[in-house]
Design a binder for this molecule. Structure first.
Ligand SMILES: Cc1cc2nc3c(=O)[nH]c(=O)nc-3n(C[C@H](O)[C@H](O)[C@H](O)COP(=O)(O)OP(=O)(O)OC[C@H]3O[C@@H](n4cnc5c(N)ncnc54)[C@H](O)[C@@H]3O)c2cc1C
Length: 495
């Protein structure tokens, strides 16, 4: 896979590789670890190479020592900070799908392309990425560097496991192509969970899979966490539940005695189609009739319309307000912008203080727990934090190789528990009280916590959990001058 610039010249980093012969090219072993599929030769991509050169120029123009940030229109991070001081890199040129190749079932995609645009571009060909995170404005680069997950993750792992190669602007200003087996293999493996601290993915070649027009859902109810976790283990082993093929599996815990697993099968037919972008609300439907049909596109975005259940504080779940709230604004990115505005101006904090309401702590986390410890997690979480609903999404690595910065064990089933809200703080307790409890609980159960939100780990514990040694080696290789923040500074100290 050799790439040429718009003018027919090879970019410098790749020129060396091309000179080393075809076997050393980025595509030489692409896919070997990611699932056995080889990426197609990347064609010349009009405009893309010049955008890369322009970004490299802009990056080198930022004075050393100044923090750097991505100037993106959207974000799904839950670490709010005042980034006005940091120069923003304009990455808008990397927010589109560059090519879909239905024959090889692959796509070349700009790193800042949203999954909404990516899914639309691939569904046109009857294909979809192997894992499509639930929120429309999560980007491919964000999901790969920050670990995405969705209901295909038990079958297909995590988004980075279907990446065949990545073109990365590294912290030291180079543009390299990282792929399994090439000279940047360590960067390819260490990029997931690096959160833009080693470099930025500018384009990625990913695998796609064929879809059918509909998803046939069945919601199975359980009256204890133990029976629910047993059912997940069964689906992991069998690929189906009570005869229903598990192309998609996720779940919702409303309480310790009311948990649902939603198992979806691709279908060519649908006796009816539900639509949760209008009056009805997806998460509430789970408790209702235990069978449902959605188009594949509506299925992919079933959680986005109400940001799972997090649209509730805006009133959008009340029938009158829902009717008045324009449909095009019933989207997760709209709600997140409202939350960001609130944080910036401290509106609800001031209101709560005036009303004498107890201080609340944000508890916004996704954690991965081995399935056999999942019931313990749910019981302890309910007793000590007490938030509901909780989203449950089983996953298993697709490849046998581990990913060093987020060390899940191959061949082991985990459950991602997601909970997003606020919890009252006991008198005298400070922020971190509940979050630190969750961090300890997760570690004690052999799990891991995603880093898109606030974290409170002491530094030595953090590096033990997230493999500090390989990270330090990558940082020394790709960002020796530390132009990009380090992982701990960014994810825990909130820089
Ligand atoms: C309520 C809530 C629910 C969530 N649910 C899910 C879920 O169900 N499934 C799921 O997969 N995720 C979920 N997430 C997490 C989300 O996937 C991560 O926050 C993800 O990193 C966001 O990606 P983004 O594209 O919006 O990137 P941003 O929010 O813009 O950035 C996230 C981080 O990635 C870095 N980054 C962004 N683009 C690139 C790039 N091209 N190259 C390198 N680094 C980059 C940024 O520097 C930043 O550190 C949820 C988050 C929240 C708040």
């Amino acid at each position: 896979m050799t790439e040429v610039t718009d003018t027919g010249q090879l970019p410098s980093d790749r020129r060396a590789k091309a000179g080393a012969g075809p076997a050393a090219g980025p595509g030489a072993s692409a896919g070997a670890a990611a699932g056995g599929q080889r990426g197609p030769a990347r064609p010349a991509l009009p405009g893309h190479e010049s955008a890369v050169a322009e970004l490299q120029r802009a990056y080198s123009a930022i004075p050393a020592g100044r923090p750097v940030r991505l100037a993106k229109r959207t974000s799904n991070l839950f670490r709010f900070r005042d980034s006005a001081a940091a120069p923003g890199l304009d990455v808008s040129a990397f927010s589109r799908v560059l090519r879909v190749d239905p024959r090889s079932r692959t796509a070349v995609v700009g790193g800042m392309t949203t999954y909404e645009d990516l899914a639309d571009a691939t569904l046109r060909h009857g294909l979809m990425p192997l894992v499509v995170p639930q929120l429309k404005t999560i980007t491919l680069g964000g999901a790969v560097s920050g670990l995405g997950i969705e209901s295909t993750s038990l079958r297909s792992g995590m988004p980075h496991e279907s990446v065949l190669d990545m073109e990365i602007l590294t912290g030291d200003g180079r543009v390299v192509t990282a792929a399994p087996g090439n000279e940047h293999d360590a960067l390819y493996r260490g990029f997931p969970n690096s959160y833009g601290t080693l470099g930025y993915a500018l384009s990625l070649t990913i695998e796609l899979e064929p879809v059918q027009p509909f998803v046939h859902l069945r919601h199975f109810r359980f009256d204890s966490p133990e029976t629910c976790m047993d059912a997940i283990a069964e689906i992991a082993a069998e690929g189906s539940y009570l005869g229903h093929r598990a192309d998609f599996t996720d779940g919702t815990a409303f309480g310790l005695d009311e948990l649902y697993l939603t198992v979806g099968s691709f279908s060519d037919v649908a006796p009816w189609r539900s639509d949760y972008t209008r009056e009805r609300i997806y998460y509430q439907s789970i408790r209702g009739p235990h069978e449902d049909f959605l188009t594949i596109r509506d299925y992919l975005w079933r959680w986005d319309t109400d940001w799972f259940w997090c649209s509730r504080p805006f009133g959008v779940q009340r029938p009158v307000i829902r009717r008045l709230w324009p449909r095009r604004y019933r989207r997760s990115d709209v709600y997140r912008k409202l939350v960001a505005l609130d944080r910036r101006h401290g509106l609800s904090a001031a209101l709560n203080a005036r009303r004498g309401v107890a201080r609340h702590e944000d508890v916004i986390q996704d954690v991965e727990i081995p399935v056999e410890r999942g019931a313990e997690f749910l019981r302890s979480f309910a007793a000590n934090v007490g938030m509901s609903p909780v989203w449950m999404c089983p996953l298993r690595l697709r490849s046998r190789q581990a990913w060093p910065l987020y060390p899940l064990e191959p061949d082991r089933a985990y459950v991602n528990f997601g909970f997003w809200g606020t919890v009252p703080l006991p008198p005298g307790a400070a922020d971190g009280y509940h979050n630190r409890f969750v961090e300890d609980l997760v570690t004690g159960l052999g799990g891991h916590k995603g880093l898109y939100s606030t974290s409170y780990y002491p530094e030595d514990e953090f590096w033990q959990l997230y493999n500090g040694q390989p990270y330090a080696a990558l940082k020394a290789e790709y960002d020796p001058a530390g132009r990009l923040a380090g992982l701990y500074e960014k994810c825990v100290r909130g820089r």
